[in-house]
Design a protein around this ligand. Structure first.
Ligand code: PEP
Ligand code: MG
Length: 747
């Protein structure tokens, strides 16, 4: 870039910053800016277009076009050259605009006399706020230097817009992050809650996009990059030879942190007058735009890494840490891109609701949210860019909808919804102690899933007959190191105390896949869901399993004990695990400890293979429980954490229901008690269909017991079975519509 264009650019940015400092109104400021840019670039026209709603751009200020067109000329996203810049997030540079494909003539602007056209998006972190355009009479294309200069100016305009520099009635520009916005995501956990945003990782705010002293900014950037490099190196050393994926991310960090191209571009931005943090953000914005364009999963991941790295760099430069010390609001609603189960457990029940930009139903964070009975909406795209700490937020976990900074009317309607749900809850309380008996007279045993001590009061409140699944790994996930045997024995003992004689099925440690213990060496596995997890870890690392079994035996302290092994894929794994238990019992006996009065030993059926195990297996186990979350992912070969594929396969798919029926038939031949404890058991329609397929015990999160029981009491399971059989005979893929119609017919 030439010296003259550099100093010209710095002069222009300096002048723009002065417009920020003066106390002119928003419109006058924008007018000044268009004039400054046109003058500095020697163009006939400079115009600013900003979004006036989600898909309409408005001409907000111009130098060179008809003044009357300001706030009159509007175009939809994708319409004309300006609309196309906004939609594609890409610049348009043409020497003959009227001839350019997509050009739309706006007579009120008088722009047909201008041939040369350069439009660049005004964007912040990949989000387009408007379009900045320069035009000239002359038939000319703009040079690379001019384009680059205009992009830098657009970046400053984006920051100014973000900081509210153009807000006024006259401009019609409202302050950003103040409008009501609705996000449509997916249901992670039902329920509704109102509260205030609490960002898991607040974004960095750049308050000084323009800087006078490029030397000082280069130094700030270099120092920050050096600090960043050192911290990445430290992380890499810390990671050792462990997890391949984690290492891959860190290597990518290191590659970017040393990337000459990345650093050079930021240095060039600084030369043109941007501050170091604005330069980082400009490149981050460009990377985000690319991220939305590339379809290659690997490349997207690397761009995601660059985004994370840019955030780290911004935090170093601005001193704004991930923990900004923002106080937790009274009714916190956690907003995050994604979150692990351990981190979520740390927040615990303080949270009113959770909204994730990514996330998936089958993830263990989802399971933790459900265990905590906190409404969860996942896949709420853009929520972390839009939400600010403390914003009012309404989370509708029933519909997967989030209202940020809602209008009063929405808040009122929402309150009605919360009241309605509370009323339904009251109805469920009324039937809490009644058996879940269907009209045909069949009674289904409804049990609850748990994992925390705090879940136990729900045993009484929900009317559950027992704990059908106690996920012991949650206790391991909340700690920084392996819990001691005595700690575990104490906890399990308290669980049994709280259960007051009701049966509690303790599932032994189910780690691996996405449930990674922070203090255990991560595994280098290409497919963790199919990898070293659950009982496979237990059998290969007998010390941990032994310790847990001893803790369980001591906790029982003479009471009945029920133990279930997770993810058993073949008979032998069960016999080996049970042998470990037998050995532990013998040892306890030898040590003189009191033994449980009765021990039941079961397995989870989570892989299709186990449904085809020999009869001897079915005769040998004391009980089985279908882990539908895992079983469904393996049955359909669709990752439970991948929303795109997970959603394709309905749990009411006839093949899956037939598979359930087959498992129930096998169990009835050997009289093996069988239950279902995956998330689907807690969905009323699914629960009714499983019951029609012959399952007599369902275990679910406590909040689902009321709705499931309420529906079960209204249906005749023989009729439900008939509906399923008819749908199956007709070759239907899913029975959902037919069952929904049957339920409607009940009135
Ligand atoms: C299941 O797979 O259905 C199950 C209950 O286990 P988890 O969800 O903990 O893997
Ligand atoms: Mg499972």
């Amino acid at each position: 870039m030439s010296q003259t264009s550099e100093s010209e650019s710095r002069k222009l940015l300096g002048a723009l910053r002065d417009t920020m400092a003066n106390d002119r109104a928003g419109q006058a400021r924008m007018d000044d800016i268009t004039q400054l840019i046109a003058q500095s670039m020697g163009t006939d026209v400079c115009s600013i277009y900003l979004f006036c709603d989600d898909d309409t751009l408005e001409l907000c200020a111009t130098q060179g076009l008809n003044a009357e067109a300001v706030h009159q000329t509007r175009m939809r996203l994708g319409e004309g050259l300006v609309g196309s810049v906004a939609r594609t997030k890409r610049l348009v540079n043409t020497d003959n605009a009227p001839q350019q494909r997509g050009f739309r003539y706006m007579p009120e602007t008088g722009e047909e006399v201008f041939s040369g056209f350069l439009g660049v998006p005004i964007q912040r972190l990949g989000e387009v706020l408007g379009v900045l355009v320069v035009q000239s009479r002359q038939t000319r294309e703009y040079t690379a230097d001019e384009i680059y200069g205009l992009e830098v100016v657009a970046m400053v305009l984006a920051e100014m817009t973000e900081l509210g520099a153009f807000v006024s009635d006259e401009t019609g520009v409202g302050a950003l992050h103040q409008r009501a916005v609705m996000f449509r995501g997916s249901v992670g956990q039902e329920g509704a809650a109102a509260g205030q945003v609490y960002l898991h990782e607040p974004r960095v705010v750049v308050t000084n996009p323009v800087a006078d002293d490029p030397e000082a900014e280069h130094k700030r950037l270099n120092d920050a990059v050096e600090t960043l490099r050192m911290s990445v190196d430290e992380m890499l050393t810390g990671a050792g030879t462990g997890d391949k994926e984690q290492k891959q991310v860190l290597e990518a960090y290191r590659m970017f942190a040393n990337s000459k191209g990345w650093l050079r571009r930021m240095d060039e931005d600084i030369e043109l007058g941007l501050s170091a943090e604005a330069a980082v953000e400009k490149e981050q914005s460009a990377a985000r735009t690319r991220m939305n364009e590339v379809t290659d999963a690997y490349l997207r991941e690397r761009l995601q890494d660059l985004d994370d790295l840019s955030n780290r760099l911004l935090r170093i430069l601005t001193g704004q840490g991930a923990d900004t010390g923002a106080e937790m609001p009274e009714h916190p609603v956690l907003v995050a891109r994604n979150i692990g189960p351990g981190e979520l457990l740390e927040y615990g029940r303080k949270l009113r609701a959770i909204v994730l930009e990514e996330g998936s139903v089958g993830s263990h964070a989802g399971i933790v949210a459900r265990a905590l009975a906190i409404p969860l909406v996942i896949q709420a795209k853009g929520v972390t860019t839009e939400a600010l700490n403390g914003d009012q937020i309404l989370v509708d976990g029933e519909q997967g909808i989030v209202h940020l900074r809602p209008e009063d009317t929405v808040t009122t309607a929402f309150k009605d919804k919360i009241a309605m749900l509370a009323k339904a809850q009251d109805r469920y309380t009324d039937i809490r102690h009644k058996p879940a008996t269907a009209l045909c007279g069949t009674t289904i045993s409804l049990q609850m899933n748990a994992g925390l001590m705090a879940d136990l009061p729900s045993l009484e409140n929900s009317g559950a007959e027992g704990v059908g699944l106690f996920r012991t790994e949650l206790q391991f996930l909340v700690r920084n190191q392996f819990p001691r045997r005595s700690e575990l024995a104490n906890l399990y003992g308290r669980v049994l105390d709280a259960a007051q004689g009701k049966r509690v099925v303790f599932r032994t440690l189910d780690i691996g896949s996405d449930k990674v213990l922070p203090y255990m060496k991560p595994q280098d596995e290409p497919n963790p869901a199919l990898g070293w997890r659950a009982i496979r870890v237990g059998l290969d690392k007998p010390g941990v399993l032994r310790m847990q079994l001893q803790a369980l035996l001591r906790a029982a302290n003479g009471r009945a004990l029920t133990v279930m092994f997770p993810f058993v894929a073949q008979y032998e794994e069960f016999t080996q695990a049970r042998a470990a238990l037998t050995k532990a019992i013998k040892r306890e006996e030898a040590l003189g400890h009191i033994l449980p009065e009765n021990i039941e030993v079961g397995a989870m059926l989570e892989t299709p293979s186990l449904a085809f195990a020999p009869d001897a297996f079915f005769e040998d186990v004391d009980f089985l429980s279908i882990g539908g979350n895992d079983l469904k992912q393996f049955f359909f070969a669709a990752d439970r954490e991948n929303e795109r594929v997970r959603k394709r396969y309905d749990s009411l798919n006839v093949s899956f229901l037939s598979f359930m029926e087959m498992i129930v038939d096998r169990c009835s031949k050997t009289q093996t008690p069988i239950s279902f404890c995956g998330e689907d058991a807690g969905k009323p329609i699914e629960a009714v269909c499983f019951a029609a397929m012959g399952l007599r015990t369902l275990s679910m999160r406590p909040a689902s017991i009321g709705p499931v029981k309420s529906l079960l009491m209204r249906v005749n399971l023989a009729d439900v079975k008939k509906v399923i059989e008819t749908a199956r005979a007709e070759g239907k893929m899913s029975v959902r519509d037919d069952i929904a119609a049957y339920i409607r017919s009940l009135g």
